[in-house]
Every structure is written in C-alpha cells, then in structure tokens.
Design a protein around this ligand. Structure first.
Ligand code: FES
Length: 112
C-alpha cells in the first residue's frame, strides 16, 4: 500500500538492476550520493506486491544512510522489518536489497 520512492532518478550516481531468477521479474534501483551518504533513492520494478513493499521499505531504510551501512542491509533485515514474509514470497524481498547493493557497487566503481 502506498509504496514510497517509486520512480527513476536522472543521472543517478549509482544504478543497479537485478532479475529475479524465480519469477523473472526485474528490479531497478537509482541512488544519489553525496559524501558517501545516500541522499535520494528511487526504484522501479515489474515485481509483485511483495517486491514493491520490500523495495519501499529498503529505500526508506537506506535514505540518509552511509553507503557502507546500506551495503549491510540484508535480505533478512528486510523481511524482519516487514514482520516476516510467507516463504514462497522470500525471493521477492531479495530483489530490493540485491538491487540496492548493485547500485552502491556501481557508484563505488564510478568513483574510482
Ligand atoms: Fe516476482 Fe514477487 S513474484 S517479485
């Protein structure tokens, strides 16, 4: 319900895209970074409701975080925050954390 941070960012500092091997859905994550702090974050997904709910959660958690802290957001943190997900939906929640990590890696590789 009312997912936050849906959309894209023009000229993002980091971009990550992951596909879900289980269902074939896609997740894209865009971040803006200043002094290694995530100042803005948006996601776009063709995933299901669980994927959208977890992405909304992950983006809310990550906003304002140091990138190294955000890299520590794990799949299970996300599910815990959401009070657990049904097992058949766990793969959906993995998308968001994975896409965030990809976006941060992308940012770091550009910085070098
Ligand atoms: Fe594809 Fe959930 S069923 S992301």
């Amino acid at each position: 319900m009312n997912p936050k941070n849906v959309g894209t960012i023009e000229n993002p500092d980091g971009y990550g895209k992951v596909g879900n091997p289980v269902c074939g859905d896609l997740m894209e994550m865009y971040i803006k970074v200043k002094d290694d702090i995530i100042t803005d974050i948006k996601f776009k997904t063709f995933g299901c409701g669980s994927a959208i709910a977890t992405s909304s959660m992950v983006t809310e958690m990550a906003k304002g975080m140091h990138i190294d802290k955000a890299l520590e957001i794990t799949r299970s943190d996300v599910a815990t925050e959401l009070d657990g997900l049904p097992p058949q939906k766990m793969h959906c929640s993995n998308l968001a954390a994975d896409a965030l990590h990809e976006a941060i890696k992308n940012y770091k590789s550009k910085k070098k």
